[in-house]
Design a protein around this ligand. Structure first.
Ligand code: FMN
Length: 188
């Protein structure tokens, strides 16, 4: 028998096309509270969540990430960096940068727990979401770093992921999710 939590877990999907509608203050706070209530190794809670709801700042962040990509040796990243239509956060109205102290051994796992909590809280509030990884590889680019510092990301933190949040645009069609077989073993 299912319950609302399990239904929410199964309902959550990554959405990559958003309308302009912004989250209301109460929903945003619930989602950020879900993040800070996540488990963390040794209960260190060394993470930081920087929520950006300003479309100009988001566009500037995307521009700087693309500028960093354009400098890369990898053709795939160069292509993204030079593509005028590329938006790493899919034009979502809100983005939460999830960062942590890289010297703290549990940092990536703690961030992943907090990110999933945000996804599930968002899903339960009928808000769509997606993991956005592009700042993970570019957060130490000089110009990206200077900009995210100005937004409030602690200077010594690495970015482990970002959470795009918003309302799916009406034309969004999700591919059916096919679960891999034989990924579970139960030993009795
Ligand atoms: C660690 C991690 C990194 C991811 N990075 C991205 C990303 O940068 N951009 C993106 O569109 N989706 C990203 N995703 C979403 C996955 O592509 C998605 O979860 C997967 O295709 C399964 O689809 P579902 O989330 O709809 O179940 C990421 C997911 C995880 C767990």
């Amino acid at each position: 028998m299912s319950n609302p939590t399990i239904e929410t877990i199964k309902k959550r999907r990554s959405v990559r096309s958003y309308s302009d509608k912004q989250l209301n203050e109460s929903d945003l706070n619930e989602i950020l509270q879900a993040a800070v209530h996540a488990p963390s190794g040794m209960n260190y809670q060394t993470w930081h969540f920087t929520a950006i709801l300003n479309s100009e700042k988001l566009a500037e962040l995307n521009r700087l990430i693309k500028q960093a990509f354009a400098k890369s040796d990898e053709p795939r990243l160069q292509e993204r960096g030079n593509n005028p239509d590329y938006c790493c956060y899919y034009n979502a109205p809100a983005l939460v940068i999830v960062s942590n102290d890289p010297a703290q051994w549990w940092a990536p796992m703690d961030c992943a727990c907090a990110i999933e909590n945000m996804f599930l809280a968002a899903t339960s509030l009928e808000i769509s979401s997606c993991w956005i990884n592009q700042l993970g590889t570019t957060c130490d680019d000089e110009e990206v770093r200077s900009f995210i510092t100005s937004l409030g990301v602690p200077e010594h933190h690495k970015v482990y992921g970002c959470v795009a949040l918003g309302y799916a645009s009406p034309e969004t069609r999700l591919k059916e999710k096919v679960l891999h077989q034989n990924t579970i073993t139960i030993v009795r």
